[in-house]
Design a protein around this ligand. Structure first.
Ligand SMILES: [Fe+2]
Ligand SMILES: [Fe+2]
Length: 176
């Protein structure tokens, strides 16, 4: 047995105990309740982003709107995917993914800014993405080595938010 495995018989014994905890074992070093709370805020952020991009998709009008609409719809789909990943992780941690519309905007990091024309919609989306990039980066640093699975999840999501911000910045320069 490789020496980095500390005590295999103790690990085997612990695995048999508390099987109702599912994926959560003694190796889990984070504050589970706090992680669930933080992930629920990220979930709210994603849900608000879905709603904002959907609204922008249906409201975008004008000669430059086709490419922009397609981008809004794609982003809405990806934010929904992020929401699903986060909810799945919360449930895995024994938590309760909060989908309640009550307080959704308050739990979210970014705001629901409707935007009036193409330019203001793209601007608001870019701002929301930049907020998510900052808050998710903080969550990733905070998780550290204590919950590598949630950390990896947030890193995967952060990568897409950075692409989203880049997309919105490019669109903004094109709509003039
Ligand atoms: Fe997202
Ligand atoms: Fe995004």
């Amino acid at each position: 047995m490789s020496e980095f495995i500390s005590d295999l018989s103790a690990i085997r014994e612990r695995a048999r105990q508390s099987i109702q905890d599912g994926a959560v074992t003694g190796a889990y070093k984070a504050d589970r309740e706090k992680v669930v709370e933080v992930l629920n805020e990220a979930l709210a952020t994603e849900l608000v982003c879905v709603l904002r991009y959907k609204r922008h998709y249906y409201m975008a009008k004008g000669i430059n709107s086709d490419a922009v609409k397609a981008e809004f719809l794609e982003h809405a789909g990806e934010e929904q995917e992020h929401a699903d990943w986060i909810a799945e992780r919360i449930a895995q941690l024994g938590g309760d993914p909060n989908f309640s519309p009550v307080g959704l905007a308050d739990r979210s990091h970014s705001e629901y800014a409707p935007g009036t024309d193409l330019r203001s919609m793209i601007t608001e989306d870019l701002i929301a993405e930049r907020i998510a990039i900052e808050t998710y980066s903080e969550i990733i640093r905070w998780l550290g080595d204590d919950d590598p699975t949630s950390r990896k999840l947030m890193i995967d999501i952060l990568k897409v938010e950075e692409e989203h911000a880049d997309d919105m910045a490019n669109l903004l320069s094109r709509v003039g």
